[in-house]
Write a protein that binds this ligand. Structure first.
Ligand code: SDX
Length: 378
C-alpha cells in the first residue's frame, strides 16, 4: 500500500449507498427521498419531512395525524430526564447535556429488554424510538436554555404543531407565524445530509448491531465539533468578535494572517456553495425584516462578500442559521442542540437503513510505527 492509497478523512470516498438523500455538488442540489429540499422547506411541516425520511414517502393526511398524535404524546419533558439534567452543572455545555439525556433515555428504554443480542431492536421498535427522540429533544433543548437562564420548565401545548411548540417551550410566548415558518424551514434544512461525520458515526455504531440510542449518543458527540455542527455556534462568536460591518476587513486581515478557520464557510462536499444556503438566507431575511435588525444583515453580507472575494470559499448552512437563531432569541450555546433536534431524524433514518444492511464498518489502516522489535530477554 502506498500513501496515495490512503484517503485521509475518507475525502471523496464512496463507502456505501443510501436511498435517503442525494447531495449533488455538481448541480448544487440536495434531494430528500427524491424531493428538492427547498420545495420541502417551502411547503411542508417538519413532521411531514420526518415521515418522508423515515418511511420514504410524504405522509397522507391520516399518517401525518397519526405521527402528530405520537409526537404530542412524547413532547412533555419526562420527569426522570429533567431530574438527570438538574444533576448536571448549569454551566455544562448544552451539547453535553443533550448527549447525556439521550443516553439516559436509552438506558431506561432498554432496561430489562434482553441482552446485547437483542438491543439493536426491530424496525418497528426503532421507528418508535426515533419518534420518541424526535418528540423529546425539543423539551430537552428548551429546558436546557431556560434552566441556564434561571427560568422554570414550560409544559408543551397540544394546540401547537412541532415547530410552534418548540418555540413555545423555549420562550413561553405565543410564537409569531413568521418566526415559526423560518424556524420550521431551518429544521427541515438541518434534518439530513447523507454521510456527514455525525451520520456516519451513527452508521458505524449501528453496523456493530448496537442500539439506536448508542448510535445517536455517539452522533451527538461528533456533531459537537466546530468543524461540523458546532460551527453555527462558532459563527455567532465570530459576529460578536467583529461587532459591525465596518470592522470586517480588518478582522479578516488578522484572522487569515493567523490562519484561522472562518466558521460557517467551506464544506467537504460542496465547493461552489451549499445548496441549502439560499433557502436559509431567505428565512434569515424574513427574520431581519420581522425584527427590524438590518444591522445583522449588513454584517452578515459584509463578511460573506469579503471572505468569498478573498478566498473563494462559500458559506455553508451554519452561516445563515447562526444569526437566524440569534434573532429568534436562542442563546448561542443552544444553536448546535437545535441542529441535534433536527438531525436526529436523519440519523435515525440512516440507523434504520444501516441496520437493514447488516454490514460491519471496519476500514483498514497503513502502519507507520516502528518495525517489529522484541522485548530484551524475551
Ligand atoms: C457542516 O459534511 C456535511 O454535510 C456537514 C454538514 C451537514 O449538514 O452535516 O453540511 C454540516 O458541518 C458544515 C461545515 C461546518 N463547519 C464549518 O463551518 C467550519 C469551517 N469550515 C472548515 O473547517 C472546512 O471548510 C470544512 C472542515 C468544513 C471542510 O474542510 P475540507 O473539505 O477538509 O477542506 P480543507 O479544510 O482541507 O480546506 C481546503 C483549503 C484549506 O487551505 P490549505 O490548508 O489547503 O491552504 O481551504 C481552506 C483550508 O484552510 N479552508 C478554510 C475554510 N474552509 C476551508 N480556510 C478558512 N476558513 C474556512 N472556513
Amino acid at each position: 500500500m502506498t500513501d496515495s492509497d490512503i484517503k485521509k478523512g475518507l475525502a471523496g470516498v464512496v463507502v456505501d449507498t443510501t436511498a435517503i438523500s442525494k447531495v449533488n455538488p455538481a448541480s448544487n442540489s440536495l434531494l430528500y427521498r427524491g424531493y428538492p429540499v427547498q420545495e420541502l422547506a417551502a411547503t411542508q411541516p417538519f413532521e411531514a419531512v420526518a415521515h418522508l425520511l423515515w418511511r420514504g414517502e410524504l405522509p397522507t393526511d391520516e399518517e401525518l395525524a397519526e405521527l402528530r398524535a405520537l409526537e404530542r404524546a412524547h413532547r412533555a419533558l419526562e420527569p426522570e430526564v429533567k431530574a438527570l439534567i438538574d444533576l448536571l452543572p448549569v454551566q455544562a455545555h448544552p451539547m453535553d447535556e443533550v448527549r447525556t439525556a439521550v443516553s439516559a433515555i436509552g438506558a431506561t428504554a432498554l432496561a430489562g429488554s434482553g441482552n446485547v443480542l437483542t438491543a439493536g431492536g426491530s424496525v418497528e421498535q426503532n421507528l418508535e424510538r426515533s419518534v420518541r427522540l424526535f418528540a423529546q429533544l425539543p423539551a430537552i433543548v428548551a429546558y436546557g436554555q431556560r434552566r441556564r437562564r434561571g427560568q422554570e420548565l414550560i409544559e408543551p401545548r397540544d394546540d401547537l404543531d412541532y415547530s410552534a411548540n418548540f418555540l413555545w417551550m423555549t420562550f413561553g410566548e405565543d410564537p409569531d407565524p413568521v418566526v415559526v415558518d423560518a424556524f420550521n424551514r431551518s429544521m427541515i434544512l438541518y434534518a439530513e445530509h447523507s454521510f456527514n461525520a455525525s451520520t456516519f458515526t451513527a452508521r458505524v455504531v449501528t453496523s456493530t448491531q448496537s442500539d439506536l440510542y448508542s448510535a445517536v449518543t455517539a452522533a451527538i458527540g461528533a456533531l459537537k465539533g466546530p468543524l461540523h455542527g458546532g460551527a453555527n455556534e462558532a459563527v455567532m462568536h465570530i459576529f460578536d468578535e467583529i461587532g459591525s460591518s465596518e470592522r470586517v476587513a480588518a478582522w479578516l486581515d488578522d484572522a487569515l494572517a493567523n490562519k484561522r478557520k472562518i466558521m460557517g464557510f467551506g464544506h467537504r462536499v460542496y465547493k461552489n456553495g451549499d445548496s441549502r444556503v439560499p433557502t436559509m438566507e431567505a428565512a434569515l431575511v424574513d427574520l431581519v425584516e420581522h425584527y427590524g435588525r438590518h444591522d445583522v444583515m449588513d454584517l452578515y453580507s459584509a463578511l460573506e462578500n469579503e471572505f468569498v472575494a478573498r478566498k473563494g470559499i462559500y458559506p455553508n448552512l451554519d452561516y445563515p442559521s447562526g444569526p437566524a437563531y440569534n434573532l429568534i432569541g436562542f442563546d448561542t450555546v443552544t444553536f448546535t442542540p437545535l441542529f441535534v433536534a433536527a438531525r436526529v431524524v436523519g440519523w435515525t433514518a440512516h440507523i434504520l437503513e444501516q441496520a437493514a444492511s447488516n454490514a460491519l464498518i471496519r476500514p483498514l489502516s497503513s502502519y507507520s510505527g516502528p518495525d517489529e522489535r522484541h522485548v530484551p530477554g524475551s
